[in-house]
Design a binder for this molecule. Structure first.
Ligand SMILES: *Cc1c(COP(=O)(O)O)cnc(C)c1O
Length: 217
């Protein structure tokens, strides 16, 4: 079942769209069913779970952190994490820099943008982005490799609202690329779209989707 669902999903996604399988709440054997199909990219939203899964599962998995990251937890994941989707402050970037230096690796990060109506969702408000990104200090954060943006749309039934939010994120991505990342060819990732809204997200320019329940339920 799981194997069929992941194959169907991969057939449906355009080839330029990367799939992160969100393994939160799933058992090791469920995750291994996905792994056995050849898939190697997984995402977790909590540090504790991420570390447990990393130690319980094969070493060739590419792990993505998709949930909020507190500065005091960076040290637990900095040696192995493939991408942090939740960069939301300069303070967090400084900590990632510190551990990037320690482990002698650059760490791929996405700037999380708070686009949804829900106040519970995290990320940087669009109106705060320029204040944060204009800080000269970013020049020193050589181990923080900013690859693009991540956002979650509002959890509402109205597709027009969701589509409009994804459109806004895409426009923000384009603007940030022009203004702050003109000389960074690796600023190329737009992480948006989950089980319920990945089709709309891809139509609106996403090239990385994070999908859990659609595969496992
Ligand atoms: C849980 C989660 C997902 C996946 O959600 P599904 O609806 O299960 O596909 C994607 N992104 C983030 C940030 C999540 O926390």
């Amino acid at each position: 079942m799981i194997a069929e669902k992941i194959k169907a999903l991969k057939n449906e996604l355009p080839s330029h769209v990367k799939l992160v399988v969100v393994s939160k709440f799933r058992t090791i054997s469920e995750i291994m069913e996905v792994y056995q199909t050849g898939h190697r990219v997984f995402g977790e939203n909590r540090i504790q779970n991420l570390m447990e899964r990393k130690s319980d599962l094969p070493d060739d998995i590419e792990w993505h952190l998709i949930g909020q990251l507190q500065t005091n937890k960076v040290k637990y994941i900095s040696s192995f994490i493939s991408m942090i989707h939740s960069l939301d402050s300069l303070k967090l970037a400084r900590e990632i820099q510190k551990y990037g230096v320690r482990h002698q690796r650059s760490i791929d990060c996405l700037i999380q943008i708070h686009i949804a109506r829900e106040e519970t969702k995290s990320g940087i408000l669009p109106s705060d982005l320029d204040t944060i990104l204009a800080e000269p200090e970013w020049q020193n954060l050589t181990k923080v490799n900013i690859r693009g943006v991540m956002a979650m749309a509002s959890n509402v039934a109205d597709e027009a609202v969701v589509r409009q939010e994804f459109k806004s994120v895409y426009a923000i991505f384009k603007r940030l690329k022009e203004v702050y990342f003109r000389n960074s060819p690796h600023f190329d990732t737009i992480s948006m779209g989950m089980s319920n809204d990945h089709k709309i997200a891809v139509e609106e320019g996403s090239n990385l989707v994070r999908i859990g329940s659609l595969i496992f339920e």
